[in-house]
Design a protein around this ligand. Structure first.
Ligand code: NAP
Length: 234
């Protein structure tokens, strides 16, 4: 049975992806700042290579090598660019971009040894057109899309595919927090009116696309950015 690792698996999209991959028959481990109280859920900050290595060592001991990696941990910050401190900038880039560097580099030896691997990076639909007051987040997520394309070329010969799923407008704690703070420019209901499929996205929508990209039959798909956004960013 294949082993998968999902970062940010304690909440929202990452949690739904972990549940879906489990239902599809994989062993699934998760890492998160606040892990769920369940088997194979580890606490690790993706910006710390030492914490990722420690979690991976535990996963190796419990499950064995990891050949599926989903990078879903992420963090936003709404602030005008001119008011950002370099520390604000650095933390957002660290979590959303450097976290992908750490986890990907940490699991690569397992995938290379197996001659098979699937990496799916959860980026953001904000990369399609930009987003005011979210410049470091959009910059980091855009870099994740670029990293996805470069790694697809580099790792394809080893049987490893690398794709990105940029979600748009998905009903998670992150989205509801932004609604409460008045950061959405309206309510979720208002946005539904402006969404071609006339509903908010569900974490399960992202999980379905991710599960497909992790499957055996997606082996000829790599370097792709598969938008899942109800038609909002086409
Ligand atoms: P969420 O509910 O806040 O889940 C994100 C998870 O990542 C949280 O459990 C969070 O832990 C964890 N996390 C944050 N920083 C971390 C770190 N340094 N190390 C380990 N775990 C960390 O948000 P979500 O909406 O499901 O977002 C999942 C992914 O989708 C993110 O990458 C996000 O940027 C992306 N995304 C979401 C939407 C949307 O509409 N919801 C749109 C575009 C992109 P804590 O809660 O403890 O901080």
């Amino acid at each position: 049975m294949r082993n998968a690792l999902v970062t940010g698996g304690g909440s929202g999209i990452g949690k739904a992806i972990a549940e879906r991959l489990r239902a599809d028959g994989y062993n699934v481990a998760t890492v998160d700042l606040n892990p769920l109280d369940e088997k194979f859920a580890y606490r690790a900050d993706v910006t710390s290579r030492a914490e990722i290595d420690e979690a991976l060592a535990a996963i190796h001991a419990e499950l064995g090598p990891v050949t599926i990696l989903v990078n879903a941990a992420g963090m936003e910050k709404y602030k005008r660019f001119r008011n950002l401190s370099f520390e604000d900038w650095q933390r957002i880039v660290d979590v959303n971009l450097s976290g992908v560097f750490h986890t990907t580099q940490a699991v690569l030896p397992d995938m290379s040894a197996a001659g098979w691997g699937r990496i799916v990076n959860i980026s953001s639909s904000s990369t399609h057109g930009g987003q005011p007051f979210m410049s470091p987040y959009v910059a980091a997520k855009s870099a994740v899309n670029g990293l996805t394309k470069s790694l697809a070329l580099e790792l394809g010969p080893e049987g490893i595919t690398v794709n990105a799923v940029p979600p748009g407008f998905i009903d998670t704690p992150m989205l509801r927090k932004n609604e409460e703070r008045g950061l959405l420019g309206g309510t979720v209901e208002d946005h539904i009116e402006r969404t071609p499929v006339r509903r908010v996205g569900r974490p399960e929508d992202i999980a379905a696309a991710t599960a497909f990209l992790c499957s055996e039959e997606a082996g000829y798909i790599t370097g792709q950015i598969l938008g899942v956004n109800g038609g909002r960013n086409t």
